[in-house]
Design a protein around this ligand. Structure first.
Ligand code: CA
Length: 219
C-alpha cells in the first residue's frame, strides 16, 4: 500500500524506527518532532494519514488533532498513547482521531491499523455523491439535495463512503466487513449498518445485489 504519512512523535528513537519501517513498506514519510511543527505541516501539506503521539511538546496531541479538524483537515489520524484507559481512548476519538493505539505496540498491529485507515480513506478530498445528497466524510454528514443535514456515525460514514467512492461497484459482505469493520466477527454487522444507513437516508441509498453484496444505490 502506498500513501503519504505524517508522523508527529517527539521520541526520536521511536520516530526513527517508524520512519524506517514505514519507508520499507513503501510509504512516503514526513516526521515532525513537536506539536507546533506537526500542526504547521499538517495544515499546509497533503497527507493520506497521520500518526500522532498524544504527549507532545509545544502543542499536545489531542489539541493538535482538534485544531486540524477545526481547520477542515479530514485526514485520518491514528493516535499513539502511553495511556490505556477507556476514558483516554474516548477522549482521543472525540478529539477527532479515527484510531487509538497504546504504547508499547507491535509494529505489525500499527501497520495493519494504518492500512485499514488508508482503505477507509478512499476520498478525503471532501464530498462524495450519494443518492439524494452529498456525503462529507470529514464531518460525517450528508447534505440532502432536498435540504437538511443527516449525521452519520463513524461506521455508517465509512460504509457509505466506501460505496460512494466506487459507484456501480458491487462489494461483497466479506469485503465490506474487512474494509469497514476490521474488528467485527460476523458479516451480519454489515447488514446492520446498511439498515442504519437506509433508515437515515432512505431505502434507495444502498442497493442489495442478490447473492453478491451491496453497492451504492441509484444507478
Ligand atoms: Ca511523547
Amino acid at each position: 500500500m502506498s500513501g503519504r504519512i505524517l508522523v508527529i512523535e517527539d521520541d526520536a528513537d521511536l520516530a526513527g524506527m517508524l520512519d524506517r519501517v514505514l519507508r520499507d513498506e513503501g510509504y512516503a514519510v514526513k516526521l515532525a518532532a513537536d506539536g507546533h511543527t506537526g500542526l504547521h505541516v499538517g495544515l499546509t501539506r497533503p497527507f493520506d494519514a497521520m500518526i500522532v503521539d498524544r504527549g507532545l511538546p509545544a502543542v499536545e496531541g489531542l489539541d493538535l488533532i482538534a485544531r486540524l479538524r477545526g481547520r477542515g483537515v479530514g485526514t485520518p489520524i491514528l493516535v499513539l498513547s502511553a495511556r490505556n484507559s477507556t476514558e483516554d481512548r474516548v477522549e482521543g476519538l472525540d478529539a477527532g482521531a479515527e484510531d487509538y493505539l497504546t504504547k508499547p505496540f507491535e509494529l505489525t498491529e500499527l501497520l495493519a491499523r494504518l492500512r485499514a485507515l488508508l482503505r477507509r480513506h478512499l476520498d478525503h478530498a471532501g464530498q462524495l455523491a450519494v443518492p439524494g445528497g452529498l456525503l462529507d466524510l470529514s464531518t460525517r454528514t450528508v447534505q440532502r439535495t432536498a435540504g437538511g443535514r443527516v449525521e452519520l456515525s463513524e461506521r455508517e460514514a465509512a460504509l457509505l463512503g466506501l460505496l460512494a467512492a466506487r459507484p456501480g461497484v458491487v462489494f461483497s459482505r466479506a469485503d465490506l466487513l474487512d474494509r469497514v469493520f476490521d474488528d467485527a466477527e460476523s458479516e451480519t454487522v454489515v447488514d446492520t449498518y446498511v439498515h442504519y444507513c437506509r433508515r437515515k437516508l432512505g431505502q434507495g441509498v444502498i442497493s442489495t445485489v442478490r447473492g453478491l453484496g451491496y453497492r451504492l444505490g441509484g444507478a
